[in-house]
Design a protein around this ligand. Structure first.
Ligand code: ATP
Length: 228
């Protein structure tokens, strides 16, 4: 089976996320896509975050209609036996990938789904090189990003030499980029400009959210008074 892993904060999950997962599923024949909300996202520890429970509940609602979309508890908060939260470390994607792959069959293949804005920082991720070894990447590109931007975002050990990437500057990030140690597939622009930041601020000022999020998610945000 081809399996997709899509991690994020999902605070809240929105139409951009669902469009990315759907495009990846169709283009790369994914049999299942796990949506994995991070309990403690390594790159967003300085900002306030909605409780995991709410972010997970919204994911359940947003993925309910699609059989292949699975809300995942792989990065759920850990509880010790006494019911107290342990001192937790950030959820590193490499750990999640390895946990997921423990149950893989030899013929299963893992694709990591990611937006271009997050991919731009990939070299800073924990054990980034290993991540490229463990799975192929599916990147939702954005207009204005060239193949050179993608290649230069790679961890240094995987980055092609400057003379190789020079012609990449004029090439939009489309198709596939296959390098020793890294395989990256590109989805075209999804034309879904939604961002969770914009949604939280729309919710705070009482604006309707139906354009950005699934109706059930909008209703959940309203009922629970999130982002007020
Ligand atoms: P925030 O605005 O709070 O930073 P976000 O909308 O970017 O949040 P995340 O949960 O941080 O949402 O993103 C999870 C993943 O989804 C990332 O890989 C990100 O690049 C991707 N993503 C987010 N918004 C879009 C979008 N509109 N189109 C395509 N990919 C997106």
């Amino acid at each position: 089976m081809n399996i997709g892993l899509f991690g994020g904060t999902f605070d809240p999950v929105h139409r951009g996320h669902v469009a990315l997962a759907r495009a990846a599923m169709e283009q790369y024949k994914l049999h299942r896509v796990y949506f994995v909300p991070a309990s403690i996202p390594p790159h967003k520890q300085q900002q306030p975050l909605s409780p995991f429970l709410h972010r997970f509940a919204m994911l359940v609602l947003a993925t309910a209609e699609e059989k292949a979309f699975v809300p995942s508890l792989l990065e759920a908060p850990q509880q010790d036996t006494g019911g107290k939260a342990r001192t937790e470390k950030p959820n590193y994607t490499i750990d999640t990938v390895r946990r997921l792959k423990r149950d893989f069959k030899a013929s299963d293949k893992l694709f990591l789904l990611i937006g271009m804005d997050a991919f731009a920082d990939i070299a800073k991720w924990h054990q980034a090189e290993s991540l490229f070894r463990e799975c192929e990447f599916v990147v939702a590109s954005r207009p204005g990003y060239s193949l050179a931007d993608v290649a230069n975002a790679l961890p240094e050990s995987l980055r092609p030499r400057a003379e190789v990437t020079r012609p990449f500057h004029k090439q939009p990030a489309t198709g596939d980029l296959v390098l020793p140690g890294a395989t990256i597939h590109f989805l075209g622009d999804l034309r879904q400009p939604a961002s969770a930041t914009a949604i939280r601020s729309a919710a705070a000022s009482g604006k309707p959210l139906g354009r950005f999020v699934d109706a059930a998610v909008a209703e959940y945000i309203r009922k629970m008074g999130l982002y007020r």
